[in-house]
Design a protein around this ligand. Structure first.
Ligand code: FAD
Ligand code: N01
Length: 543
């Protein structure tokens, strides 16, 4: 296999760099930039043939972010902030990928990034106090520190439906979409999955396909995105005041700027509630409905009110009552699976060539050579699109043979679910850091904010270790146990555990059920991390 180096060959490829970074998405790119600033040598290994992570791989039609571009962007460079112009409120995947590529060029990152290079193993060597990191090409490099920027949503989950291999036509995964695109004109298409990827791609694929059948296992909550061009004036206004805006995001609950509710839905009249819910529905903002009242995330009665409101809007949009009923989310509270923003999703089901199969009533029995078979019979299709999600948060890490002290594998340490201290490190695995790891706010936030916070924290930590000649840093087991308990406790106080979500590992058969992200809030979590650092890395052992 030909190994490509991003754009140009690296100036140097030390076999013993100070740091190995795994992954070149937004996390890996910024981490490399900070390491350069510290004067540390680094090699970055990226499995893909290009940089950008999520935005390199997920090229399905309709792929775009649902956090506004002016928030879903780096804040570390005021110059970058000022010079980059976004075209849309919610830009599409090609534009976000161009942005990542611009950042790599602008900060001259490419020369230290090796593409088409999957890391297969990372083994801690006690004697040399270094990690031995092995790539798929058989090269092993040793490094003092190993930073995993491998992504929370980067390993597509295996599909547990029998017969996929026997299908005679093409099977496309939204998370591994062909770079040349796919023309569905005149084709009969099956789409399996109605999470964010399905909900974004279904309207676009349906606009080309001759027939489309959507296989839905769980109906999701989706709200209209109201996407549109970003005016020059809107950008100017934000850019005039960017520092304060970014600061507000960093100290907010979810890395998103917005007024926080003080009132409870249960304390106001029905008329007031309806007004607030309509306002949130019209905002085209992922957090608006949740933020309409303080009790929506914690009190099932308040949550039901918001959920009922959304169900009524779905009924308004879908003309066939049976289809509308099947599209109503009914088995989990609003927000306990990640809700979606869409452009014309529900309306798509009003087209005569679009059909919905409710897998709760008629589960898929098998995929055959010619189509998809349920208890109702087989639907013949030409193409199958899998929008079936990811082995989230732990999948990419556990795909690597990571061995810490005494040869203990990460898979063993996490056999009952991921355990970390602050989502940043794991006891028994010295000098190893995870960016947006389980136990941190990560996927419950605007991830650019969480990525920058982790990278800055790790970089400041490395600077301190360098300055004082510290050889190893590692969470102590007690601190880790306390953090794991806290993460679980905070999660239990919300409605999140009521859903069979990927946050809990419930989408992957056999995966331990642990609520993986930290729901304590981005701002509160930042304070905790800053305090830990200020107290000379409380909870970490430094030697
Ligand atoms: P990634 O972008 O996933 O990058 C990780 C990289 O590591 C990948 O390129 C992968 O190939 C590489 N890698 C993994 N394992 C190995 C290995 N063993 N060896 C070498 N390389 C490896 N978040 C938001 O906040 N707002 C949004 O609107 C939003 N939209 C999203 C849309 C989609 C379709 C998806 C899938 C996710 C979205 N997310 C969103 C979450 C998104 O993943 C993050 O915002 C962010 O892009 C993550 O960056 P990252 O660098 O941490 O990880
Ligand atoms: O994946 P998902 P995704 N048979 O897991 C179904 C981010 N993201 O790629 O819910 C039949 O949400 C599964 O059913 P169920 C965002 O964080 C953001 O869409 O498990 N169906 C579900 O309907 C998001 O949450 C954007 O019952 C099966 C679907 O497939 C995360 O990435 C865009 C099945 C998977 O939905 C993941 O989103 C895209 C089976 N065997 C992604 N297995 C933005 O817009 C799974 N399903 C920002």
């Amino acid at each position: 296999k030909v190994v490509r180096v991003a754009k140009e060959r690296p100036l140097s490829r030390p076999s013993s760099p100070d740091v190995v970074v795994v992954g070149a998405g937004f996390a890996g790119l910024y981490q490399l930039h900070r390491l350069r600033g510290l004067g540390l040598s680094a090699r970055v290994f990226e499995a893909g043939s290009g940089i950008g992570g999520t935005w390199y791989w997920n090229r399905y039609p309709g792929a775009r972010c649902d956090v506004e571009s002016l928030e879903y962007s780096y804040s570390f460079s005021p110059e970058l902030e000022q010079e980059w112009e976004w075209t849309e409120r919610y830009p599409a995947q090609p534009e976000i990928l161009r942005y990542a590529e611009h950042v790599a060029e602008r900060f001259d990152l490419r020369r230290d990034i090796e593409l088409d290079t999957r890391v297969t193993a990372a083994v801690w060597d006690e004697e040399s106090a270094r990690w031995a990191v092995t790539t798929e090409h058989g090269e092993t490099v040793t490094a003092r520190f190993c930073i995993f920027a491998t992504g929370c949503l980067s390993k597509p989950k295996d599909l547990e439906i029998p017969g996929l291999d026997s299908f005679a036509g093409p099977v496309y995964s939204t998370a591994r979409w062909p770079h040349a695109g796919v023309d569905f004109t005149g084709r009969r298409v099956a789409v399996i999955g109605t999470g964010s990827s399905g909900i974004q791609s279904i309207p676009v694929i349906a606009s080309q396909a001759a027939e489309m059948t959507v296989y839905q296992r769980t109906a999701n909550y989706s709200m209209p995105a109201h996407n549109g061009p970003l005016t020059a004036q809107a950008q100017r206004e934000r850019k005039a005041n960017y520092a304060a805006f970014r600061d507000a995001a960093r100290h907010s609950p979810a890395g998103l700027v917005g007024k926080l509710p003080t009132e409870n839905a249960l304390d106001v009249t029905e008329q007031e509630r309806r007004r607030a819910f309509y306002k949130a529905w019209s905002a085209g903002n992922l957090g608006a409905m949740r933020r309409s009242y303080a009790d929506i995330g914690v009190d099932i009665r308040a949550n039901d009110m918001a959920a009922d409101f959304i169900r009524d809007r779905i009924r308004d949009k879908v003309t066939d009552p049976a289809t509308a009923e099947a599209l109503l989310p009914s088995d989990h509270p609003f927000g306990t699976k990640r809700p979606c923003l869409d452009t014309g999703y529900y309306e798509t089901f009003n087209s005569p060539h679009v059909h919905l199969v409710d897998l709760k009533k008629t589960p898929i029995e098998a995929i055959t050579a010619t189509g998809v078979a349920t208890a109702d019979g087989e639907v013949e299709v030409d193409d199958i699109v899998l929008a079936t999600g990811f082995d989230a948060m732990t999948g990419a890490l556990l795909s690597i043979d990571i061995r810490g002290r005494d040869g203990r594998t990460l898979a063993d340490a996490w056999a009952d679910g991921p355990v970390t201290y602050l989502g940043l490190g794991v006891a028994g695995f010295p000098n190893l850091f995870t960016i947006t790891g389980p136990g941190s706010p990560s996927v419950l936030s605007n991830m650019l904010v969480s990525i920058e916070q982790h990278v800055d924290w790790i970089s400041d930590c490395l600077a301190r270790l360098e300055r004082d000649g510290v050889t190893t840093i590692e969470p102590n087991a007690d601190a880790q146990a306390g953090w794991v308990e806290h993460v679980a406790e905070v999660g239990q106080a919300t409605l999140y555990p009521l859903a069979k979500s990927w946050y809990l590992g419930a989408n992957v058969p056999g995966k331990p059920r642990v609520f993986m992200p930290y729901i304590g809030g981005v701002g509160a979590y930042r304070e905790i991390c800053d305090d830990v650092a200020a107290e000379d890395y409380r909870g970490f052992d430094l030697e």
